[in-house]
Design a protein. Structure first.
Length: 151
């Protein structure tokens, strides 16, 4: 018969080590948003990298890591890119994730539909009431949207 203690110890050690590797990467994502009218998304950390697309004011994303003054991020569609840090802040924002969203005059389905937004429209969050979010677009349009319709 052999001693099982070294095997159990090794298993526990490697399990703990693996957990320590996973936890920091999961906790590293930080919600941020575009703070200027339009910002370029680049393929790498620097202006020498090509522009992949542009993001408008209040577009939210999850910051995954940093390289100097550049942030590597992922958006609501799981697309990744690089953004210059001076173009973002931590303003609470959402982006519509449903095909067509009703924006209402008050929180609740009894509120009048004042406009509709397609998927991918960003808004600043100005308040909450239950499962309803008070939003404002960069152009000034305001209303209420149900939290199930946004990311």
């Amino acid at each position: 018969m052999y001693n099982k203690k070294p095997i159990i110890f090794a298993f526990l050690f490697f399990t703990l080590f693996a957990c320590l590797l996973v936890v920091p990467s999961a906790a590293a994502a930080e919600r941020m948003a575009i703070s200027v009218d339009v910002a370029n998304v680049r393929s790498g950390p620097g202006t020498d990298h090509p522009v992949l697309w542009r993001m408008e004011k209040y577009t939210p994303f999850n910051a995954l890591s940093r390289h100097g003054d550049w942030i590597f991020f992922e958006d609501f569609e799981k697309t990744k890119g690089w953004m210059y840090a001076d173009l973002v802040d931590k303003t609470p924002t959402v982006i519509t994730s449903a095909d067509l969203c009703n924006i209402r005059s008050s929180p609740g389905t009894d509120g009048e539909v004042i406009f509709r937004a397609e998927s991918g429209v960003p808004f600043k969050v100005t308040g909450r009431k239950g499962q309803w979010i008070n939003i404002q677009h960069a152009d000034g349009d305001k209303g209420w949207i149900h939290e199930s319709l946004v990311w």
